[in-house]
Design a protein around this ligand. Structure first.
Ligand code: ADP
Ligand code: ADP
Length: 225
């Protein structure tokens, strides 16, 4: 079953007397282990699509199906629970908590989910080591490089073993070489975990390394190449 399915998803924003139609019936099936690039010009609706897919915004029509479960009729509480359990987010800026160490930043979401501190620490340390940060566990974000900060943000996003990872320009704030390195780490993680990832990016070189490339055209998702 798809990790994420979008079925005729619509989203519009009020504009003047009428509406700005951003998503007009978007269809998508993203399978476990699949890594898909979303490449489209600024203003095309990439963030809107990620927010709707990530249950941060409700669609105006259609359904977002996470791991086979329809969210259309869910209460706000169920949507929030589904988002916390099933979906990880990575953004252009890391949004790590500055007063906490790398390890603590990754432990936190797991403790919120109810894991014991010991279990959470074990998993966080393992994940950070996988991402090449085994020597950085006790560093605060300000003591880490941009690429390291972003890798901690990736570890935090997948700490609760979500089914789906949504990334909005995850390397947008990094220089080209660091971008490549962070992206390679992300690919290894997706391949090792069987997580499905939808990654909005302007970086065509990185998009080429994903399984499929999609763009938004007139409010619909279209395959590139
Ligand atoms: P992208 O991520 O591709 O740059 P966005 O999804 O951020 O595109 O935005 C798509 C369009 O929707 C833009 O024209 C933007 O101004 C508009 N938009 C986004 N969010 C809102 C909102 N909350 N209210 C009104 N218009 C919005
Ligand atoms: P953009 O790509 O449009 O710049 P941001 O990274 O700034 O997006 O975040 C978009 C919105 O989503 C913000 O209003 C932010 O507060 C909200 N947001 C981000 N992550 C979460 C989350 N895990 N839970 C709830 N809201 C979130």
């Amino acid at each position: 079953i798809p990790a994420l399915r979008l079925a005729r998803v619509e989203r519009r924003y009020p504009e003047g007397e009428g509406f700005l139609e951003i998503l007009r019936g978007v269809e998508l099936a993203l399978m476990p282990g699949e890594m898909v690039a979303l490449v489209a010009p600024s203003g095309a609706g990439k963030s809107t699509l990620l927010h709707v897919a990530g249950l941060l915004e409700k669609p105006d029509g259609g359904d977002v199906v996470i791991g086979g479960r329809s969210t259309a009729a869910m209460s706000d509480a169920e949507r929030t629970r589904t988002r916390r359990e099933e979906i990880g987010f990575v953004y252009q800026f890391h949004h790590l908590l500055p007063e906490f160490t790398a390890l603590e930043n990754v432990v936190m979401p797991q403790m919120i989910r109810g894991l014991s501190r010991k279990e959470a620490k074990g998993r966080a340390a393992e994940l950070l080591a996988f991402l090449g940060l085994g020597e950085r566990l006790t560093h605060r974000p300000a003591k880490l490089s941009g690429g390291e900060q972003q890798r901690v943000a990736i570890a935090r996003a997948v700490a609760n073993a979500p089914r789906l990872l949504l990334a909005d320009e995850p390397t947008g704030n990094l220089d080209p070489q660091t971008s490549r390195h962070v992206f390679s780490t992300l690919v290894s993680l997706v391949r090792a975990s069987g997580l499905a990832a939808l990654v909005a990016t302007h970086n065509l070189e990185l998009a080429e390394r994903m399984d499929r490339r999609l763009t938004l055209r007139d409010g619909l998702l279209v395959e590139l190449d």
